[in-house]
Design a protein around this ligand. Sequence first.
Ligand code: ADP
Length: 665
Amino acid sequence: MRRILIANRGEIARRIIRTARLMGIETVAVYSDADANAPHVREATLAVHIGPAPATESYLRADKIIEAALKTGSDAIHPGYGFLSENAAFADACLGAGLIFIGPGADAIRAMGLKDGAKRLMRQAGVPIVPGYQGDDQSLDRLQRSANAIGYPILIKAVAGGGGKGMRRVDDADSFADALLAAKREAARAFGNDSVLIEKYLTQPRHVEVQVFADTHGNVVHLFERDCSLQRRHQKVVEEAPAPGLPESIRKAMGEAAVKAAKAINYVGAGTVEFILDVSEGIEKAPFYFMEMNTRLQVEHPVTEFITGYDLVEWQIRVARGEALPAKQKDIRIHGHAVEVRLYAEDAEGGFLPSTGRLERLHLPANQAGVRVDSGVEEGQEITVHYDPMIAKLIAHGTDRTVAIDRLVNALDATIAVGPKTNRGFLARLIGHPAFRAEEIDTGFIERHMGELAPIINVPDRLLALAALAAATPRAAPDMSSPWTALRSWRLNLPYRQSVDLFLPDNTKRTVTLTRTAEGMISVGGLDEPLLASPAWRDDYRFEVDFSGSLARATVLAHEHSLEVRVGGLTFHFGLRDNAEGDKGALPRDGKLMAPMPGKVLGIFVKPGQSVEAGDRLLVLEAMKMEHRLTAPAAGTVKAVHIGENDQVPEGRLLIELDVEQASA
Ligand code: ADP
């Protein structure tokens, strides 16, 4: 194999390029209009433009990608994950064009493509599956009877589902019919297939998946498990390997079941067999069930690479070249522990809405011991609505779980991203949470602890003072070389007396006053007790305040109208103006509901003249592959609806106007 075309973008394209280069193999990048300046394009040996920004017109265009491979004399295609990676027709088309598809055969992809078929197949192969109904009869009567027989709560799942879409939990027989209709509607829209399956809803499960690998010589091995139980809306947020507290007997049984699953479909290459582990009665004898198999390399593969010491992309390429697997089962061992988090451009403090825009600053901790960073974007690059908003994966390894978590905490602390909002602070709170450290994990973890994972609103006085001082003077020019210059400009710019409004995450306002004293210090008022302070910027982000001999050091990031202050592993968020007024996407006090981001209108639930209560669903907008509900900020009457279903709307577009009822005093 001399040259591989990578039918993907972002971090996974760069990841594949890295290994190919080590193996002396050339790479071909493909890119859309939006990615002309993306790092994967520059890092590949060659690059081919394949179309406009929307993935349907570029990264999902099998024909253009195969044409690019042929034109560049590539002999193989690596699909990465997402996009065409689990598309059986694409795998076939590659073969048809005389190209090697770096992945399993199309039949194996098809066998695992639909959840119902995959489960039936696994049941036959003797792999345990969650009790449920996976039949073809999709009538309400049949499905309702199955649900009743299983016993509530049950879960309705779209057979073609993915990414947590098309799933509905149902708690009693009475709400089944409505939930079924909703699930089928969502599935039809998202996957063009409204078939569903019904299964027992496990109330306290862990998501444990096993990495498998198979070659064309009949060898199949597993590379142990990953625990991906920390999820939000059924999507993974933190992944680790091995699974904390998993008894050796279960580990062994799961590994064997995964190998059995791979063998049942004559699997070749890298795959992941996902299991759900029922820990409601404790983990010692927890039963596990097959959930689905992902027939590709996964986002979270680095934690497995860390604990096994193998390069899974290298294994993929070797298998595709027809070589035998590089290791035998008995030689594959677990070394230490690894944890991964996904850094996303999303407003974790504001309801997890996706956030777009230019990454003004991006610093990722590339050189810390035991830390690996796989990133897809660079400083200056735009996070667009077209693709997954992942900025980077941060992965840490250590001799044990505590060391790995500590390293990841430090890595997150050293991560600087200015521009779009990110989930960095949320991730730091999550992996720093005592219950996570104590291995008290299951898929309900995030929901259960949401209160403690929310941004801090009880801010100590010294921190309010520090934030106000940092906000009072805009930072010196970013390339300012000497901190002393910055310090001088600070003193020069600060008027005799100034007040700073700081808005806490719950939008309460604290007004802090800063008054210069004769000694050149600053007296900070508006707090429980006044403080005397002497502040200084040490560089672009490091800010220090000497409070009468006691020094407070913080990392301070300012962007537009917000301030992020990090002290001792904690992150505090401050708004510098009232979020409820004027900010895009904020509560429309004038009754005008604007699009908080560009997106597609999936559904409109109100008509002009209709009266609504505060919190009523008005419309659903799809942006960055996620659905966002926009709800009525207050009771009122719908005055006008300015958009139609399926409309593509730009950010700030007027969507719906309400006549808001005046609150009676
Ligand atoms: P998708 O393909 O949409 O990601 P999965 O079948 O992989 O859907 O399930 C995603 C997540 O949903 C799982 O990791 C788990 O947290 C939850 N889940 C799936 N099946 C069940 C179940 N039977 N009971 C409880 N939770 C479940």
